[in-house]
Design a protein around this ligand. Structure first.
Ligand SMILES: Cc1ncc(COP(=O)(O)O)c(N)n1
Length: 246
């Protein structure tokens, strides 16, 4: 089965992160990508700009895509503000699809990409919604101090499940040295710690969170369960970090 995946994300024209990275990951996982830009961005060595998409166009693009067939999964990347969020939500009403929500409000260089608050993200919770915060984003969503250990990550993943997310993947790529690398997946009353080796990341290989969430959406869209989907998506990102290709 070829999953059809809607990607709602910011366009970063070089494809290092954002919508083009998402498209590459979905295609590499054997899915069909429907790419709807929520914002235009410019992210250079010295230049930075974000312009939100018009809500009217966003709604039209999602609606038009749905007229040609079902969406099996939706990946939410950067959503610049509440009007893009509510418009996309309304246009997806009644869609029978998994949602993968990457609560990215800043680039890895610290630039602000979105005005959404933790409350907006918590309102996206539902039984078929998988949220993929990193440690910092998980603390932000829960209004907690910084998470520094694998145990903190486990607790945060469980707390986000309690808030109504069907599955939570807390990405532990930024755990302090000595903690190793561990992602924590909580779903259906289980909590799994998935350990890994820390890989050196060449500075141009960005968008790992984008690729992880998009690969996950492709897997969930084809009917893979959350645990196997997360394993496949982690492998995808490891391959990207090693080779620079999806
Ligand atoms: C449009 C867009 N989406 C996502 C990211 C996060 O990616 P990174 O963490 O590599 O900066 C980004 N910088 N830009």
């Amino acid at each position: 089965m070829r999953p059809r995946v809607l990607l709602l994300a910011g366009l970063e024209p070089t494809g290092r992160a954002g919508l083009l990275a998402d498209v590459a990951a979905v295609r590499a996982r054997g899915g069909d990508a429907v790419a709807v830009p929520t914002a235009q961005t410019a992210q250079g060595a010295h230049t930075f700009a974000v312009v939100p998409a018009s809500p009217r166009m966003l709604a039209a693009q999602v609606t038009a895509a749905r007229e040609w067939g079902p969406l099996h999964a939706v990946k939410w990347g950067v959503v610049p503000g509440p009007s893009q969020l509510s418009t996309a939500k309304a246009a997806l009403k009644d869609a029978d699809a998994w949602w993968v929500v990457d609560p990215v409000v800043r680039s890895s260089r610290g630039q602000v990409l979105s005005r959404l608050t933790a409350r907006h993200y918590l309102a996206l919770a539902g039984p078929r919604v998988l949220v993929t915060p990193n440690l910092e984003e998980a603390a932000w969503l829960l209004g907690r101090p910084a998470l520094a250990t694998v145990e903190d990550a486990q607790e945060a993943a469980e707390a986000l499940c309690q808030r109504g997310f069907g599955a939570v993947l807390v990405k532990g790529g930024h755990l302090p040295e000595g903690q190793g690398l561990a992602d924590v997946l909580a779903f259906s009353g289980r909590t799994l710690v998935m350990r890994g080796r820390r890989l050196k990341r060449p500075p141009e290989r960005r968008g790992t969170g984008c690729r992880l969430a998009s690969a996950l959406a492709a897997e969930l869209g084809r009917g893979t369960g959350p645990e196997a989907a997360v394993r496949a998506a982690r492998e995808h990102v490891t391959g990207y970090l090693r080779t620079g290709r999806d």
